[in-house]
Write a protein that binds this ligand. Structure first.
Ligand SMILES: Cc1cn([C@H]2C[C@H](O)[C@@H](COP(=O)(O)OP(=O)(O)O[C@H]3O[C@H](C)C(=O)[C@H](O)[C@H]3O)O2)c(=O)[nH]c1=O
Length: 183
């Protein structure tokens, strides 16, 4: 498995091996030992799967507060997304900064977003399916968010606001300046 560190410490791009043959392919998309060899020792407890039917669907920017904070290991099995992680670690030199990565079924890449980050993505194609492991259970009362297009975050999304598709919840998220990070 290939591992690439992104510009903010802790956020990594993983690319598991794909074994192709005349039938198709086989890939170990999660292997705890392989992650351990890459210095990643996380006990994932829940698998999530979302389908977004349109291009321009935004889910995020979300995080769960302790004691239900989540590490996330995200991959795309159909379509593609631009994935975003915002550093909410108050002592970090990159507090409030973000990294982005294009994840796609074609690239077969994954992103590891550790506890301490807000996470979200925008779909780049219709019918995009995202699968991800989280290291803590869903806890609605601990589910928090930041507005996806907060100018203070400076995230340059590839699809303009008027064409973005969001949940009512995500249309009402707080601005970055309004949150008190618990990390
Ligand atoms: C996250 C979650 C949601 N739900 C239920 C709650 C709602 O009835 C429905 C949709 O939830 P929500 O609108 O929060 O789903 P997303 O907007 O895709 O949220 C995700 O968006 C970004 C990408 C994230 O990083 C998080 O994993 C997660 O917050 O699924 C559950 O039953 N379990 C769960 O773990």
């Amino acid at each position: 498995m290939q591992v690439e560190e992104l510009a903010i410490s802790g956020v990594k791009i993983l690319r598991p091996k794909k074994h192709g043959d005349s039938r198709g392919f086989f890939s170990e998309v999660y292997n705890r030992h392989a992650l351990g060899d890459a210095g990643i020792d996380i006990d994932f407890v829940q698998d999530n799967h979302s389908l977004s039917s349109e291009r321009g669907v935004v889910r995020g920017l979300h995080y769960q507060t302790p004691p239900f904070a989540q590490d996330k290991l995200v991959r795309v099995i159909r379509g593609s997304i631009i994935d975003v992680a915002v550093d909410l670690r108050r002592s970090s030199t990159t507090y409030g900064k973000h990294v982005t990565a294009v994840l796609s079924a074609d690239e077969w890449n994954q992103i590891l977003v550790p506890v301490g980050f807000a996470h979200g993505f925008m779909t780049l194609e219709p019918n995009t399916e995202v699968i991800y492991k989280v290291s803590n259970y869903y806890a609605p009362e601990h589910d928090k968010g930041i507005s996806w297009n907060d100018p203070d975050l400076g995230i340059s999304w590839p699809i303009e606001e008027r064409h973005a598709v969001l949940s009512d919840k995500d249309r009402r998220q707080l601005q970055f300046s309004q949150i008190v990070s618990p990390f």
